[in-house]
Design a binder for this molecule. Structure first.
Ligand SMILES: Cc1ncc(COP(=O)(O)O)c(C=O)c1O
Length: 297
């Protein structure tokens, strides 16, 4: 039985098709130049998307954000939005996937050695699709541990966190710190000491029935899930404000949760080893997760 599972895993792995520039190719033939600036400098942008039952959730919003990110770093994507959306669906379907994670990356391609971008005429576009239906359900029921880390979110004046760039070292270092503190996610502060965001998520807190989340001006990614959750809260008459707050407020919050395409709405039940509220996922967090899941069902 185990051998059979390994065999199928092997078959599945070997037959994975990757979208590369304009065609679908088997994974072992999906090659990118060693001189590609995505590899050399993290020079590019990306999106993580999710498909539920064969439909890519808020595909438009992700592709729009990809174009905004690209524009912000003066990278011209050689395809239209429609072309990329079609490519996402083609990759999903070619891999026979319904519930999946999709990763769309655009690098500035190959150039002469050096930083100048003038000669970069052929960006590299890749799409990877892998089966993914959810984090283990137990995680949404127990919540995750988080830690406020020393690594600050890079300021917008250096590299705008609103740009979802391939240059992810700021987040990786924060995650390394969080892991050393036995936490799954980091709470990153901005240079002014206000709560900014997680390494791969946006942060929300609840106190006395009021939901608070850092404003975009705190220097964060404009999360697709964050926007959906804000809209859901408003539509359901749950008070929500986008307002800067210090980490001290998280310690006294009734509930905290993070949002992302993969996390959806994930309770954050401890911060730096201290229980948030009762130490269990809060009622409001659960309500929001249920509302969110109605959209993905
Ligand atoms: C730094 C950061 N913030 C927030 C998010 C959440 O964004 P979204 O809801 O669009 O997945 C992500 C997603 O990967 C992220 O990397």
């Amino acid at each position: 039985m185990v051998l059979l599972a390994i065999f199928y895993e092997f078959i599945n792995f070997n037959s994975m098709l990757i979208f590369l520039n304009d065609s679908l190719v088997p994974e072992d033939q999906a090659k990118v130049s060693i001189l590609d600036r995505g590899f050399l400098y993290g020079d590019g942008v990306f999106e993580t998307l999710r498909a539920y039952s064969g439909a890519i959730f808020h595909c438009n919003d992700h592709v729009d954000r990809l174009f905004h990110s690209a524009e912000a770093i003066s990278l011209r994507i050689p395809f239209t939005r429609d072309y990329l959306m079609e490519a996402l669906y083609k990759t999903l379907e070619a891999n026979h996937l319904k519930d999946a994670y999709l990763r769309l990356s655009v690098t500035r391609g190959v150039s002469e050695p050096g930083l100048d971008i003038e000669g970069c005429l052929s960006p590299t576009v890749t799409i990877i699709a892998k089966g993914f239906s959810s984090y283990p359900e137990g995680l949404h029921q127990s919540g995750i541990h988080a830690a406020v880390v020393n690594t600050r979110r890079i300021p917008a004046s250096a590299l705008n966190p609103a740009v979802k760039s391939l240059n992810f070292l700021n987040n990786i270092m924060a995650r390394v710190e969080a892991k050393r503190l036995n936490a799954a996610e980091a709470v990153m502060l901005n240079m002014e000491g206000y709560v900014a965001e997680g390494t791969v998520s946006n942060i929300f807190m609840v106190k006395g029935g009021l939901v608070k989340t850092p404003p975009l001006s705190a220097g964060i990614l404009n999360g697709v899930t964050r926007s959906i959750v804000i809209d859901l809260l408003k539509e359901n008459g749950i008070p929500i404000i986008e307002q800067a707050f210090y980490p001290a407020e998280l310690y006294t919050a009734d509930e905290c949760f993070v949002t992302s395409t993969l996390y959806e709405v994930m309770p954050m039940t401890t911060i730096n080893g201290n229980a948030v509220g009762s130490g269990k996922p809060g009622k409001l967090t659960q309500t929001i997760l249920n509302l969110f899941r109605r959209l993905t069902a």
